[in-house]
Structure formats: C-alpha cells, structure tokens
Design a protein around this ligand. Structure first.
Ligand code: A2P
Length: 287
C-alpha cells in the first residue's frame, strides 16, 4: 500500500511535506529530542517549532544526531509577538538560526498578528530574498489581517497556520486562502488534547469501520481537505500512528459526517481579540 507523505506545492514553486511533527508544549530536552528522532525514523521530514516554544536548540540537536541529512528536512520556526520592527526581527531570526544551529531555515512564520507585523514582514521579505529563509508565511491571521498585510507586502505568504480541528473547521478562511493560493496549515489538528474530538462517537464509528484510530480518522480528514497537518505527540507509538494516514481514504459521506461536527469551538485565543494580542507581546518566549 502507498504510504509516503506527499508534498504540496507552495505559491513560490517550493514544496512542503503535507504532514509534520509539532513540538508545542514540549518543554524539555529529552522529550523534544526523542520526539524528533522518532518522527524522523518513522519517515517524517517536516518539524514545526517556534521561538516561543523554547525548544529550538533541542530540535536542532536531534536533527544533527539523526541519520537524516539536514537538507532533507523541512523545519519551520516562528517569530514571537514581542518582537516587532525591522532590525529586531532580523536579530530574532538570527537567534532562531543560532539555536537550531542552521545556516538557513525552510520556513519562518509571524506567530500571531500582534501589532507591528508589517515591519516584521518587511524584514522577513529581505531575509527571503537573501536566501536565508526559503519560505515565509503567517500564523493565526484572519482574512482581514491577511488583507491588511498584503496592502504593504511584496511577497505573498505561502501558508497561514491556523487552529483547525473537527470542532473548529474555519471553512470561510479556508475558502479565502484557496482563492489567494495560500496553503491552510492546521495547528492542533486533533483539538489539542483538551477537546473531545478524539472521543467523539462519529469519529470513533469511522475509526472502527476503517480499523484505524480516532486520531488517524481526524488527520485523514485534514489531509483530504488539502491542509498541512502538524500533530504533536511525545509518544513513539502515536508519532508512528499519526504518520500512517496515507493508505486509506474517507469517502464523500464520511467526509461530510465529520464536516457536520463543526461547532465553532476554539481551544486557543481568537486572532481578532486585540486585547489578547497586545497582552501577548509582554509574554517572554519560553526560552
Ligand atoms: P501526547 O503528546 O501525550 O501524545 P494537537 O496536535 O491537536 O495539539 O494534539 C496533541 C494532543 O493529542 C496531545 O495532548 C497529544 O498527547 C495527543 N495525541 C497526539 N497523537 C495522538 C494519538 N494518535 N492518539 C491520542 N492522542 C494523541
């Protein structure tokens, strides 16, 4: 059976593996390094970290200690909300590179649309044009915030990484991103563990019918919606299981049954909440 992780084309001609490992809330060296090494051994070639997560250095170490070549792995990191301004952004990017121990980065995202993002984007565009960052994008931008960014941008974001799971599907933003050629990347694709999509009866019925897990059903649903997914786990068996979602498919009725579960229920902050965005700029990254 065909079980390779496909790559999706980005709007600049580059490609991204559709499934990667997320390491949000993995806050110690042992768990981070194990998770990254298990993922690489299971065939993942895409790791998603952020300066805010405080684990970039361990991601870099795990990659160096693995058998997989650096150039064969797509690594994403993100600019934290407290960093705004042209020079400040360039400096923070260099700190990310130094922590990872890399010469270049595959993708760098503005983590949230906290005020001042236009100037940070300008710095990222220059780093992109200089070849230091291969792809630039955003995270947690709604349509209005993307439109605002594109008023001054000269390079279009390649992705928008947004909260998406069966109880929070973001159909309107998905459709808008499609019109713009910006890929939809789903964070907390399983609902972050705090959300009961994994125990949902509809999901579990489909899991039984396909003889796979509830997590695999949810990830497969994202894959068929042409989203990039970055499920997080620190457990080897789950990391292997989450990558094993390319040898079965959901039919139209099954896809619709999951689409019907949308409840507009977020597990994270709302990007339109300006008070939260401002407050987040006082949060130190979890270094
Ligand atoms: P753990 O790291 O203990 O495995 P998301 O990526 O949607 O934020 O979800 C991550 C949450 O789901 C984490 O709590 C993770 O816990 C858990 N998780 C990841 N993969 C699976 C799986 N295959 N089955 C059950 N829970 C999972």
């Amino acid at each position: 059976m065909h079980n390779d992780i496909p790559e999706l084309p980005l709007n600049n001609g580059n490609r991204i593996p559709q499934l990667g490992l997320g390491v949000f809330q993995v806050d110690n060296a042992e768990d981070t390094k194990n998770a990254v090494k298990w993922a690489l051994a299971a065939g993942y070639r895409h790791i998603d970290t952020a300066s805010y997560y405080g684990n970039e250095q361990w991601v870099g170490e795990a990659i160096r200690e693995s058998d997989v070549k650096r150039e064969d792995i797509f690594v994403t990191s993100k600019l934290w909300n407290s960093v705004r301004g042209y020079d400040e952004t360039k400096q923070a990017f260099q700190e990310t590179l130094d922590k990872l121990g890399f010469e270049t980065l595959d993708m760098f995202l503005i983590h949230w649309p906290a005020p001042g993002y236009a100037e940070s984007w300008r710095a990222m565009e220059d780093l992109y044009k200089d070849g230091k960052i291969k792809n630039i994008g955003v995270s947690n931008f709604n349509q209005a915030q993307l439109e605002k960014l594109m008023e001054t941008a000269t390079v279009k974001p390649v992705v928008d990484q947004i909260e998406t799971h069966p109880y929070f599907q973001e159909d309107d933003l998905h459709a808008y991103l499609e019109t713009q050629g910006i890929l939809h990347e789903a964070w907390s694709p399983l609902g972050g563990g705090n959300n009961n999509a994994l125990t949902d009866p509809v999901i579990n019925e489909l899991a039984a019918a396909h003889d796979v897990s509830a997590a695999q059903i949810i990830l497969r649903w994202h894959i068929q919606r042409e989203e990039i997914v970055i499920p997080k786990s620190i457990h080897e068996a789950r990391i292997q299981q989450n990558r094993d979602v390319f040898a079965f498919g959901l039919d139209e009725d099954e896809m619709r049954a999951i689409s019907d579960l949308d409840a507009g229920k977020r597990v994270g902050p709302d990007p339109a909440d300006e008070a939260w965005l401002k407050k987040s700029q006082t949060y130190a990254s979890r270094k």
